[in-house]
Design a protein around this ligand. Structure first.
Ligand code: ADP
Ligand code: ASP
Ligand code: MG
Length: 427
């Protein structure tokens, strides 16, 4: 008998009826003869609501207590799902991340899973139970504190469980029918992808397509676990995330590889410009060392040519908006030492990314992308590229128009609208 790991997101568990519906779906998998292990997210927008509540109580809540608070959301759903399953005549056992053996590092708010020791899960399976695990959480090996894995982290819980249990399949149930060529909430003509490679999905997730948590894709790629992303609201086949862009294509394949897998967008970043940095050896290193010490992950970095008259240059970079205050403070502390002129801050930006393995062998992709943006009146602020991605920073208000224009320019629009958004608030 095979083990099936399933994950249900908050949008699939929004209220009591939704929980009963999910319980029926889980019971079906058990009835089909599988051992079933399920990772659940907090109900609906409850993680956001808990965060709002914390902000009302304290402007800067201690990270340990914030994790204690947020993990409660997943505990609520795991118990309710287990109760609903028992009403269907099956037995279920719910476990917190810590009880399930999800071991992490000790970074509160964005902990990494370092090991999964699923002894209690295995015992419960052996006793014939369906296992429900609270997603998005674990316990630190060093500090023994409860940690969370970052927003969207239940996807990663599910993939880590699938790897540890050598599951046959890891199914991620959400509120859309799979991974689309763009977010169906802003491009209704987006097309569902039947398959997408790990590398392309990594880029999509890293560039804001929150249908999968970035770490879950990294994990799945490392352990070579295919992920099936599908809707909990329909019975349709979803998207299989598997394989590499470097896999040889099957010889009888007559279908031409699409150039572009999809267009992703991200409104969670901000841009900081350090104006008037003396153009001499070591200044950039000092700036970025200070940011690294503050544990800030940067995305794009652009340094302009220095003006001959002044020998001063500007350095701009993007970072998560949530880290902006810390970054500004770290840079302000350096001003005396480096002697730059000023700092500019802009959080009204968005990023649009075009992703596709086919761009490696097709010239002119950037030109087509940029002219599509120009045609939509979208001004480009910054550009960065990888082997299979081109990203641009634009004004936040231009994101929707830019994504739609790029989607159309690369002929990704479906003839008939198939991108149904079944639930969720998109928050
Ligand atoms: P869940 O609560 O199931 O974890 P999420 O809200 O985290 O759901 O992720 C699903 C959402 O991801 C969809 O409702 C959709 O708006 C968004 N999304 C963004 N980009 C894509 C994409 N390329 N394909 C599918 N969904 C996407
Ligand atoms: N409940 C958490 C969140 O909203 C984790 C998850 O849903 O995956 O981010
Ligand atoms: Mg999610």
């Amino acid at each position: 008998m095979g083990i099936v790991v399933q994950k249900y997101g908050g949008s699939s568990l929004a209220d009591a009826d939704a929980i009963k519906r999910v319980a029926r779906r889980i019971a079906e998998a058990k009835k089909d003869g599988n051992d079933v292990v399920v990772a659940v997210s907090a109900m609906g927008d409850s993680t956001d609501n808990l965060l709002d509540l914390a902000a009302e109580v304290s402007p800067l809540p201690p990270a340990r207590e914030l994790d204690m608070l947020l993990t409660a959301g997943e505990r609520i759903s795991m118990a309710l799902v287990a109760m609903a399953i028992s009403d269907l005549g099956y037995t279920a056992r719910s476990f917190t991340g810590s009880q399930a053996g999800v071991i992490t590092d000790s970074v509160h708010g964005k902990a990494k899973i370092i090991d999964v020791t699923p002894g209690r899960i295995r015992d419960a399976i052996a006793e014939g139970h369906i296992v429900i695990v609270a997603g998005f959480q674990g316990v630190s090996q060093d500090t023994k504190e409860i940690t969370t894995l970052g927003r969207g982290g239940t996807d990663t819980t599910a993939v880590a469980l699938a790897a540890a249990l050598h599951a046959d399949v890891c199914e991620i149930y959400t509120d859309v029918d799979g991974v689309f060529t763009a977010d169906p909430r802003i491009v209704p003509t987006a097309r569902k992808l039947d398959t997408v490679t790990f590398e392309e999905m990594l880029e999509l997730a890293a560039c804001g397509a929150k249908v999968l948590h970035l770490r879950s894709v990294e994990y799945a790629r490392r352990y070579d676990i295919p992920i099936h992303v599908r809707s909990s609201f329909s019975q349709l086949m979803g998207t299989i995330v598997s394989g590499s862009i470097n896999d040889p294509r099957s010889e009888d394949s007559t279908v031409e590889e699409p150039i572009i897998a999809g267009v992703a967008h991200d409104r969670s970043e901000a841009k900081i410009t350090v104006v008037g940095v003396p153009d001499k050896v070591g200044e950039a290193a000092r700036i970025f060392e200070a940011l690294a010490e503050a544990q800030i992950n940067l995305d794009m970095i652009v340094q302009n040519v220095s003006a001959a008259a002044t020998n001063l240059t500007d350095i701009s970079f993007t970072l998560p908006r949530t880290d902006a205050t810390t970054a500004m403070k770290a840079l302000e502390d350096l001003r005396g030492e480096i002697g730059f002129d000023s700092l500019l801050f802009d959080d009204k930006i968005g990023k649009i990314s075009l992703i596709g393995a086919g761009m490696r062998s097709h010239p002119g992709v950037s030109a087509k992308f940029f002219s599509a943006l120009a045609g939509a009146g979208v001004n480009i602020g910054m550009i960065s590229t990888s082997e299979i991605r081109i990203s641009v920073v634009v004004a936040e208000t231009d994101v929707d128009a830019g994504v739609a224009a790029a989607h159309t320019a690369f002929a990704l629009d479906a003839d008939e609208v198939e991108a149904v958004v079944y639930g969720g608030t998109g928050r």
